[in-house]
Design a protein around this ligand. Structure first.
Ligand SMILES: Nc1nc2c(ncn2[C@@H]2O[C@H](COP(=O)(O)OP(=O)(O)O)[C@@H](O)[C@H]2O)c(=O)[nH]1
Ligand SMILES: [Mg+2]
Length: 462
């Protein structure tokens, strides 16, 4: 599989299934002419100006009518991909989209590869890589916050920031390379102090380093908004885990039962917690059991707990913290994880037991206290009040984060060497490497395999 030609491509851009509309996207050389061969009003299409809409029927191989459509015509370079192309809006439905795609194949289009439209947009200079990645971030955003961050990156805020930092490092490097032109003798004559002074823009390098570190630090939060986190509800059977799970979901999805241990399966759902997409998982009681089905669900519960980013540990407030709770809390799966202790059944337990400090008292039954939990979950995940962050742009892509880390390492090395008075020809390569890393983030420096890995994770039609 390789991207990189301008052959006419087509893909259904809308999700499969029944809907009001299905959109088929096309792009590439002669895309409009080829489409016209299967269109009831071919001349209207071939003579249409860019950014206009043409009405007509899409036709089968035998010129039978397949569907009534509106075709949005784009002309290079004013299109998403930078090529000629058209978006065909059909009536929604699996059969319609399939038939339309087939007739296009027959006319000479090939299936688009995942992310190929965006790949072409990148190749044609319509987007840098940070914006290309933000396109997928927007598509997969699960909450308003995740979406807002991605939109800022699509607007180019991150690209601008990276380019500005890179510009600083290029200036440091340029200054250093100027000094490299000094003759060997002159250089050797200079003492260590002078030589170290020969990384003339060291302050600028420090500034760039601070900015890079700030970007790197933003990854935790941005990635949290983008990818979400796993919150697992754990505790003894009958503590009220499933009831609380339902409360938090505000709908009855888990089984709530009177007999202990009856929730045989874990259930999960995505909820938005202060803008963080949280996969909330209910677990069956973790206890020793010889029952095979129960054993299985216990294993899965343990697996979930191991993967959890935060645990909501539910205690039955009518019973209090018993030895089994203590044993679970100190088990290797749970101990050391971010944990919120929840004292449940507060509606009846108020005078029966005395919860330790810092514990959330709730009633899954009446809902009392439950509204306090999202803030606690967000705090545990984000490490601080999640909605307090300022307007700074952040990094959400692991690819970008890795490159920023690498750049940081190189600048730290360069500054370290400069402080030790090392020669510039030793220092300069580190700076150059850092500059290249930043170039790789925006896509100025990139290799075919990097691009292929990146775009192949996109969905078809993007
Ligand atoms: N009074 C009262 N009963 C509750 C509360 N939460 C759960 N229960 C009851 O406790 C029992 C066990 O609840 P369930 O959610 O199935 O517990 P799980 O085994 O931990 O999932 C059920 O009878 C629930 O109705 C609560 O806040 N107050
Ligand atoms: Mg349960």
């Amino acid at each position: 599989m390789f991207y990189g030609d301008d052959s006419p491509i087509a893909a259904v851009a809308t999700p499969p299934g029944q809907g009001a509309l299905a959109v088929i996207r096309t792009s590439g050389k002669n895309a409009i002419e080829l489409l016209a061969e299967r269109f009831s009003a071919p001349r209207k299409l071939t003579t249409a100006a860019g950014n206009t809409i043409v009405y007509g029927w899409i036709l089968g191989k035998d010129r039978s009518r397949l569907d009534e459509t509106l075709v949005s015509v784009y002309r290079a370079p004013k299109s998403y991909t930078g090529e000629d192309g058209a978006d065909i809006s059909c009536h929604g439905g699996y059969a319609v989209a399939k038939a339309a795609l087939e007739t296009l194949h027959d006319a000479g289009f090939r299936d688009a590869l995942p992310g190929e439209f965006t790949f072409r947009a990148f190749m044609n200079g319509k987007l840098d890589l940070t914006r290309a990645e933000s396109v997928m971030e927007i598509v997969s955003a699960k909450t308003d916050k995740a979406h807002a961050g991605a939109v800022r990156r699509l607007s180019g805020d991150l690209e601008t920031e990276i380019r500005a930092i890179k510009e600083k490092l290029v200036r440091v490097l340029a200054g250093a390379e100027l000094f490299l032109d000094y003759s060997e003798d002159e250089f050797a004559e200079a003492d260590a102090d002078e030589r170290s002074g020969m990384l003339p823009q060291r302050e600028l390098a420090r500034e760039a380093l601070a900015e890079l570190r700030e970007l790197a630090a933003s990854f935790h939060i941005e990635n949290l908004y983008q990818e979400g986190a796993l919150a697992v509800i754990a505790g003894r059977p009958n503590a009220g885990k499933s009831s609380l799970f339902n409360r938090l979901l505000k709908e009855d999805r888990a089984i709530v039962s009177e007999s202990p241990g009856a929730t045989r399966d874990w259930l999960e759902a995505w909820i938005a917690v202060e803008g963080i997409p949280v996969r909330l998982a209910d677990t069956a009681g973790i206890r020793d059991s010889s029952d095979a089905i129960e054993k299985n669900s216990v294993e899965r519960s343990i697996e979930l707990i191991k993967c959890a980013d935060v645990i909501l540990y539910i205690v039955d407030g009518t019973v209090g913290l018993v030895d089994e709770d203590k044993r679970l809390l100190h088990s290797e799966e749970i101990a050391g994880k971010p944990l919120i202790m929840v004292w449940n059944k507060d509606d009846v337990a108020r005078d029966m037991t005395d919860p330790p400090a810092g514990v959330e008292r709730v009633s899954a039954k009446t809902g009392k206290g439950v509204p306090n939990l999202p803030a606690r979950i967000a705090e545990a995940l984000a490490g601080r009040k999640a909605d307090a962050e300022g307007g700074r742009i952040g990094v959400a892509s692991a690819r970008q984060k890795a490159l920023i880390d690498k750049a940081v390492e190189q600048v730290v090395d360069a500054l370290d060497m400069a402080d030790k008075g090392r020669a510039l020809d030793i220092i300069a390569p580190s700076l150059r490497e850092a500059v290249d890393c930043l170039g790789e983030i925006t896509g100025e420096v990139s290799t075919a395999d990097i691009l292929e890995v990146m775009f192949s994770s996109f969905c078809v039609g993007k």
